[in-house]
Design a protein around this ligand. Structure first.
Ligand SMILES: Cc1cc2nc3c(=O)[nH]c(=O)nc-3n(C[C@H](O)[C@H](O)[C@H](O)COP(=O)(O)OP(=O)(O)OC[C@H]3O[C@@H](n4cnc5c(N)ncnc54)[C@H](O)[C@@H]3O)c2cc1C
Length: 461
């Protein structure tokens, strides 16, 4: 395609060079794109969009390609627009606590470049070595600190976006208060590449903590998990940086497949990883942990626990939580669910979810893990030992999604809908919501140029 030769040899890839961009992270989606455009500036992005539009060619934006819903790869005739050559970071504003970055900057690189500045970007997730700012915004990523600092939408103050008609919207404002009409920047957070191409963002930073402490705890059940979480918020709320839980089933798989060490003396049905942090040098986080753990054990909410004594031990504790997806992947087939419920309903969801699984296919193995602070449960299931899932497993996913929704939660918490959850959404999303979303899409991308099939599917209204 000569139309994109203006990007130069590093900016337009075809054939074998395009292969690394073709399949999604879980290797379930993606056909060969007509090519991969790798523009080096916002102007070039706008030119790519204008030319694709003239040719009637669909455009699929791609960041780090770590999304879990099959939304960053081509399905049908399309070009992939990779932002990975736009990875610059601007000056840090130490007074306002902001920084402007290009959309292709890798999250882990942002963390590294902020080192020594006294500021941090408070978004952390397992894929931070690959996920890029544009993709993180376009999925409204959450992660382990979302309950404290918000999701990506809360961390973006301003945006620059190339729209479907090729025009550039420059909304790069570096202030928190900006109510000059509709909050357009929020519209693009979670839009999964269907409304515009995010090219730059002004991000909100947080002061770098001077102290951090991490504890790994064993708990008797999900009720104790919620009760202890409430206790933590009440007694250590302003220091809480993460409250991550996982199950004994998930622990079994990580120990079996990843040869990790188990640092506690006993095992339990549920585990909680708690991180505290503070910018103060006066406060003793160890003292706070000692007090909350004593209270938790006194009330029977915690049965065993340890506070990390070194950086290495802290990383080892975190690995036990972060390797939950990998442990289950190595065990074999699985179906992932990314749901959220109000925190108080976590125990009820887990109990009813287990009933639904048992009724659907006895012996299904359940590996719930996730973020206690915001009720986000990665409710991932594997078939019974030595067996396969039955043919109607999609029906179980529908029942679990409906259960989360009945409880006041969501069937799609932090990963988005992409392509993989469109049919679930068609069953569970209200007609009013679907209609509103279709109108937004029609207003911003009337010809369906950007990431067709994602979020709304291919169904015509
Ligand atoms: C091991 C692992 C752990 C994870 N943990 C978490 C977690 O804790 N929390 C969480 O929220 N997610 C998590 N994820 C999911 C994933 O990392 C996030 O969804 C992330 O935000 C995707 O970023 P990306 O750059 O890889 O985007 P991609 O996968 O490349 O793209 C995702 C979506 O964004 C669109 N997009 C990409 N760039 C742009 C752009 N510049 N403009 C417009 N649209 C764009 C794509 O078209 C696609 O729809 C995890 C994934 C893995 C593999």
């Amino acid at each position: 395609m000569e139309d994109f030769a203006f990007l130069g040899p590093a900016g337009w890839l075809t054939g074998a060079d395009a292969l690394p961009y073709q399949r999604d992270w879980l290797n379930r989606y993606g056909v060969a794109p007509v090519g991969v455009a790798r523009p080096a500036s916002t102007g070039e992005v706008a030119e790519v969009i204008a030319r694709a539009r003239d040719m009637g060619l669909a455009v699929v934006p791609q960041g780090g390609n770590t999304g879990l819903c099959g939304a960053a790869v081509a399905e049908g005739r399309a070009l992939i627009l990779s932002l990975n050559r736009m990875a610059a970071m601007g000056e840090i504003d130490p007074d306002g606590g902001t920084v402007e970055v290009e959309a292709g900057l890798v999250l882990g690189d942002l963390h590294a470049r902020l080192e020594g500045s006294g500021l941090v970007f408070p978004l952390h997730l397992g894929a931070e070595g690959s996920a890029r700012i544009g993709g993180l915004i376009a999925t409204n990523a959450g992660g382990s600190q979302a309950f404290r600092h918000g999701t990506m939408a809360d961390l973006v103050l301003g945006l620059e976006v190339v729209l479907a008609d090729g025009t550039i919207w420059d909304g790069r404002r570096a202030v928190q208060k900006d109510n000059a009409g509709y909050a357009l920047r929020r519209l693009f957070a979670g839009s999964e590449g269907t409304l515009g191409i995010i090219t730059r963002a002004v991000l909100r930073l947080a002061p770098e903590p001077r102290q951090e402490a991490t504890a790994l705890l064993a708990l008797p059940d999900a009720g104790a998990l919620v009760a202890f979480g409430r206790h933590l918020r009440a007694t250590a709320g302003e220091f809480l940086a993460a409250m991550e839980f996982f199950s004994d089933q998930g622990l079994d798989w990580t120990l079996k497949h990843l040869a990790l060490d188990w640092p506690l003396e006993s095992r339990a049905p549920v585990y909680l990883l708690v991180s505290l942090s503070t910018t103060s040098a006066q406060v003793s986080l160890d003292q706070i942990f000692a007090e909350v753990l004593e209270a938790g054990m006194g009330q029977g909410l915690v049965t065993d626990g340890a506070v990390a004594a070194s950086l290495a031990q802290r990383s080892a504790f975190w690995r036990l939580r972060e390797e939950q997806p990998e442990g289950q992947r190595l065990e074999g087939a699985q179906v992932k669910h990314d749901i959220s419920v109000p925190v108080a309903r976590i125990p009820a969801f887990l109990a009813k979810g287990a009933d639904l699984c048992a009724a659907h296919q006895p012996g299904i193995r359940i590996n719930p893990f996730g973020h206690l602070g915001d009720g986000n449960i990665h409710y991932n299931i594997s078939p019974p030992e030595g067996a396969e899932f039955g043919p109607d497993i999609g029906n179980l996913s529908l029942q679990l999604g409906a259960l989360a929704q009945e409880m006041g939660g969501s069937f799609a918490a932090e990963h988005g809908l992409g392509r993989s959850k469109v049919s679930l959404a068609d069953h569970l999303r209200s007609p009013v919501e679907r209609r509103l979303m279709a109108k937004v899409k029609a207003a911003l991308d009337p010809d369906g140029l950007l990431n067709p099939g994602v979020i709304l599917g291919n169904r015509k209204e």
